[in-house]
Write a protein that binds this ligand. Structure first.
Ligand code: KMT
Ligand code: NI
Length: 177
């Protein structure tokens, strides 16, 4: 629960491996980037937080090979989409119900990926406009709750010059200085 570290950036190694440099990342460092990482025991506590922050929608994703009819290609295609560096136009909450995985948060100032390992009970609040990506680990399974402020649509805006220049990205960068 709640373990973050600097990712080693070795892209030749499978994303599912730990990629641990051994350099820990504190919750304070994540908070400076606008990311809140906490452990909540029950789904009721998550619902409470969602209410306080005026979230209106949620869905549950079950990411494992069997969800994709055991079709490795479909499964890997989905994982590649999650692993593309991207941002969202709304703040979003992710809560791990079962299984495990990695959320990589981009620290653009230091050009580093900060890898947050999630176990059941771990929750991340990801601000609008921050670049991030998601990977499964070698256990190949996560069941996660995704909470959305508005429409339960999952629109990823991949890293690009125009995403870099978008209002949401600029607002985010202004919020962390
Ligand atoms: C995201 O925003 O990158 C995701 O929702 C990834 C899947 S949630 C385990
Ligand atoms: Ni995302």
């Amino acid at each position: 629960m709640v373990k973050a570290y600097v990712h080693d950036d070795k892209d030749s190694v499978d994303a599912r491996e730990a990629h641990d440099t051994g350099i820990p990342v504190s919750l304070e460092r994540l908070e400076k980037l606008g990311v809140i990482y906490k452990y909540l025991k029950t789904q009721e506590e998550v619902e409470q937080l969602a209410k306080e922050r005026q979230y209106k929608n949620q869905d549950t994703v079950n990411i494992q090979l069997s969800t994709f009819n055991n079709d490795e290609k479909l499964f890997n295609d989905k994982l590649s989409i999650f692993y593309e560096e991207h941002l969202h136009e709304d703040e979003e909450i992710r809560y791990c119900l079962e299984g495990t995985g990695y959320f990589d948060i981009r620290d653009s100032q230091n050009n580093e990926w900060l890898r947050c390992k999630v176990d059941p009970g771990d929750l991340l609040i990801v601000p609008a406009g921050i670049y991030h990506r998601f990977a499964l680990d070698t256990s190949n399974y996560i069941k996660a709750l995704r909470l959305f402020k508005d429409e339960p649509k999952w629109e990823a805006i991949n890293k690009s010059d125009s995403a870099d220049k978008s209002n949401i990205r600029i607002e985010y960068l202004n919020s962390i200085v």
